[in-house]
Write a protein that binds this ligand. Sequence first.
Ligand code: SAH
Ligand code: SF4
Ligand code: F3S
Length: 485
Amino acid sequence: MNNQKYDAIISGMDLQKPAPENEPFRQFYFIERARQNLQKISASAGRKLTFCVVTFGCQMNARDSEKLRGILEEIGYVQSDSEDSDLVIYNTCTVRENANTKVYGRLGKLHSYKKKNPHMMIGLCGCMMQEEHVVQKLKESCRFVNLIFGTFNIYKLAELICGALEHPDRMIIDIQQSSDRMVEQLPVDRKYTFKSGVNIMYGCNNFCSYCIVPYVRGREKSREPEDIIQEIRDLTADGVREVMLLGQNVNSYGKNLRHPISFAELLEQIAQIPGLDRIRFMTSHPKDLSDELINVMAKYPKICRHLHLPLQSGSTRILRDMNRHYTKESYLALVDRIRAAIPDISLTTDIIVGYPGETEEDFQETLDVVRRVRYDSAFTFIYSKRSGTPAARMDNQVPEDVIKDRFGRLLALVQETGREQTARFLGQDKDVLVEQVNEQDADLVTGRMDNNIVVHFRGNPDLIGQIVPVHLDECHGFYYMGHAL
Ligand code: SAH
Ligand code: SF4
Ligand code: F3S
């Protein structure tokens, strides 16, 4: 986003007065105060201070990181890719144990950098910090961490950084258990100039039995449609052509607003915004996916031909236990309705293997759904026990070797059907939004079709951010090689 509009308000903040109570002005005040603190430190160090924000989680986590970066740049830090920076913030995820372990593993390395750099500060935020036992452990064994905050107060970053700069010897911890407020209108540093995530709702009310997200992200809260539309208008004015609407369950958007509105209605309004070429969204919970939404998708070609529709399991018995509120049959019927209305749609999914009590028969049901639906691709996960969730209390955990064997079989099937599905566009002409120079070959550029499939073709970097018609020459499993028309 164009952050210049913030400069005048921020530098106009009077630091002689106490900090304002109302947001976002309170944060503007602390940005200015942090700026002045940082300038002094920079002057004594004889160089500009750098920062690095590392994202460990999902698209929502990534969007939060863009908000953190926007505030830090406004304070005057210079962005760097290196974790050997003057300020490193880990934006953590705790959806599975391995996301969690990774953070502890990398903290040791940060500590060694910090011992060599007297200006270095370390911050931890995100979903993992909402877990009491994590913060307890950090308090006991990672005293070198300067700042710990959670998922409900990232907007307060400037205030927290100010505290950390003014008290470098303290460990500042600010975790809220929940929040009804949504503080917006703060600077954001977008990773891409031409596409952007847009939060339409926060939190989750579904309490799937295995999942920790509702505990660390709180109850579902939808943003007002006018605010979302205005944000997207501003983004398009700033050159954005594709938006990804973000929520844990976008299909239940708007139900709790003062003037309730459905997700399909919101999409239809967004589809009218001039200058916007592509609209994506995630994630769709199958239980709430309405026919109204299918119709709106079919009506507006701007809405991308892609649906991420997490299955989790193909066994109705396991789905009931998972608290998913759909059955194998109702899921398959939904897929049929979607394909009847939008025949060329790409479907992708998430599947968990080894949920407590999963039998070979249950697993066969999952394989059966994969064979029938023929996903373009699927994320497959080994069940991970998350403390505090109902599934963690179940004593019929599946043995590790059985899970590994099932996981291997599922992966093989998903790859086989994915390859076949992806190849169905071979020889066609498709629009590709160019995202970057190809990582292996600088003569190529890489982009995505509207169904999210990756295409590489010969082209120069000027094409980045443009939608280019491309002929699809070769399919290599999950991506295409093509040539511009
Ligand atoms: N809100 C989204 C999913 C968010 S989490 C939805 O409902 O679809 C992303 C994925 O992580 C989930 O779809 C699920 O497949 C996986 N996941 C969540 N908790 C997990 C756990 N405890 N073990 C393994 N995978 C898990
Ligand atoms: Fe987790 Fe279920 Fe909410 Fe998705 S819908 S975030 S899987 S509880
Ligand atoms: Fe992870 Fe939090 Fe997203 S737990 S998956 S970063 S909502």
